[in-house]
Design a protein around this ligand. Sequence first.
Ligand code: ZN
Ligand code: ZN
Length: 130
Amino acid sequence: MSGAAACRKCRRLFEYIAGEEICPECRKAMEGKFHEVKEYIYDHPGCKTDEVARECEVSELDIRSWIKEGRIEYSSSKGSDIYCKYCWAPIATGEVCDACRARLSKDLNGAYVKKKDDPSKEGPGKMRYI
Ligand SMILES: [Zn+2]
Ligand SMILES: [Zn+2]
């Protein structure tokens, strides 16, 4: 199902298909900004998100969502103002620091192994009694 939706950026109505509610024109403009931001961070290692937002005229929220998606990466986690959502350690990209990522994947595997209850315990043998 598709229909008209108001663009999140320019409030114009457009034919909405999927994903973020951003019209094709704003999306194109955002892609341009994305490359600008990426280059700025590359050229200015150790820069802060608010500084990038100001210099590239992009909203800080957009930059943070790109970092969250892993599309933009700071050159190092040192001095970055992006934090792990579990332990608040500074990270270069994504949402989780390396230590928490390792811990999470271990937890996940542990939970997977534990869940091994045999559902075929009640065999069909009982059915024979009348
Ligand atoms: Zn728009
Ligand atoms: Zn962490």
